[in-house]
Design a protein around this ligand. Structure first.
Ligand code: SAH
Length: 361
């Protein structure tokens, strides 16, 4: 592995610090930041507004770590799933979802996930490691460059692999890098962070000067059932989570999204819907129903459209704003909860990887 310090995860002021010892003017930090984050250029040699000697010096001393695209699959609905290789050979997936109506990148915050929700395939992997801020922001830069979208407007959802609040510092730093006006300038208003509700981190998020939109993976209306579906609940329970949401400083005209995965015959009855209405009373929120994306090894079924609609109607009749998430990219396993890689077997591409690579564009 390369031992040169990585510049990809540094905010502009940290980049200035890192370059301070070279005795060059400060504004070079901004130029380099722009090359990396706005233009997606990670080869110092191509940074044409820096002197040749300086470029060589930078290359001797520093690295700009960037995920490598190993494969991409395209769904019939236009959704694209990218398999990315990190510097240490581990692999993650990131997804591009077009026209929702906006353009959205769904990115990962960890290799695998420690939360082990019973219906989620990523949870099956367990946690391998946290992503660095550079790797989190890097996914956006790499996908945007691949898709020729560096100058386009897009949204970001932290709904790929991993639990963002279980990797708090790197996630927040990545959001600051992405928000920087000299980089991709993605306003936090266009970012949604989805979490199971790691309470200490959620409390910390509530104090951040700039905050993404918040989505809470609720998925159940009773402590017992949520314990079973989401092991985190035995540590940070439903009641405490909803209390924290009540206290959360939701901006004017904004609301917390409550995600609710629908499991046939498990949490999709009219009683569940009515309990959900009561639980959300007094919270500035809306509900997004996620009919289960089925996968081999997931011991639940997707409810019929009738059951989903009946549930949605009860919420709506009680004044709760509700939407049903249209699954995107199910045919390529790019939909929620379907991201999984053979990360630990890093450099030995398995069958799945081989099939990913041959699918092409
Ligand atoms: N760790 C974060 C981000 C996860 S993915 C979180 O839990 O919020 C985003 C959403 O997809 C979460 O609400 C997650 O519970 C949901 N999800 C997981 N598996 C799913 C599946 N098989 N079908 C539908 N949604 C699923």
């Amino acid at each position: 592995m390369d031992h040169r310090p990585d510049l990809s995860g540094l905010e502009q002021h940290d980049l200035e610090q890192a370059l301070a010892g070279l005795g060059r003017p400060r504004f070079h930090a901004r130029q380099i930041f722009q090359w990396i984050h706005k233009r997606g250029i990670t080869d110092f040699e191509l940074m044409s507004d820096l002197g040749r000697d300086f470029r060589r010096e930078l290359d001797d001393r520093f690295d700009i770590v960037t995920p490598v695209v190993l494969g991409r699959e395209r769904s019939s609905d236009g959704t694209m799933k990218f398999l990315l290789r990190l510097a240490d050979g581990r692999k993650i997936e990131s997804v591009y979802i077009p026209d929702t109506p906006s353009q959205t990148f769904c990115i990962s915050t960890q290799v695998g996930c420690a939360m082990r929700c019973a219906f989620c395939l990523t949870g099956r992997m367990g946690i391998d490691r946290n992503l660095t801020a550079g790797e989190i922001a890097g996914q956006v830069r790499v996908l945007a460059r691949e898709l020729d979208m560096l100058d386009s407007r897009f949204n970001i959802v932290l709904m790929g692999m991993g639990e963002p609040l279980h990797n708090y510092d790197a996630t927040m730093k990545a959001l600051r890098i992405l928000a920087d006006e000299h980089g991709l300038a993605v306003s936090p208003r266009r970012v949604t962070l989805s979490t199971v509700g790691v309470l200490p981190a959620l409390e910390k998020l509530a104090t951040e000067p700039v905050m993404p939109n918040l989505a809470i993976s609720l998925h159940s209306t009773t402590e017992d059932q949520r314990d079973m579906l989401m092991p985190i609940n035995s540590k940070y329970g439903l009641k405490e989570l909803l209390d924290a949401c009540r206290r959360f400083p939701v901006k004017r005209r904004e609301r917390i999204t409550f995600e609710y995965v629908m499991l046939d015959g498990v949490n999709d009855t009219p009683e569940d819907a009515r309990r959900l209405v009561r639980l959300l009373h007094g919270i500035r929120g809306k509900v997004n129903l996620l009919p289960l994306n089925e996968a081999a090894g997931i011991p639940f079924e997707r409810p019929s459209d009738e059951r989903v609609n009946r549930f949605a109607k009860i919420l709506a009749d009680h004044g709760v704003t509700v939407s049903v998430r249209k699954s995107r990219g199910r045919d390529i396993r790019a939909a929620c909860g379907q991201l999984i890689t053979e990360s630990s077997k890093a450099d030995a591409p398995g069958k799945r990887l081989a099939s990913l690579m041959t699918m092409g564009r």
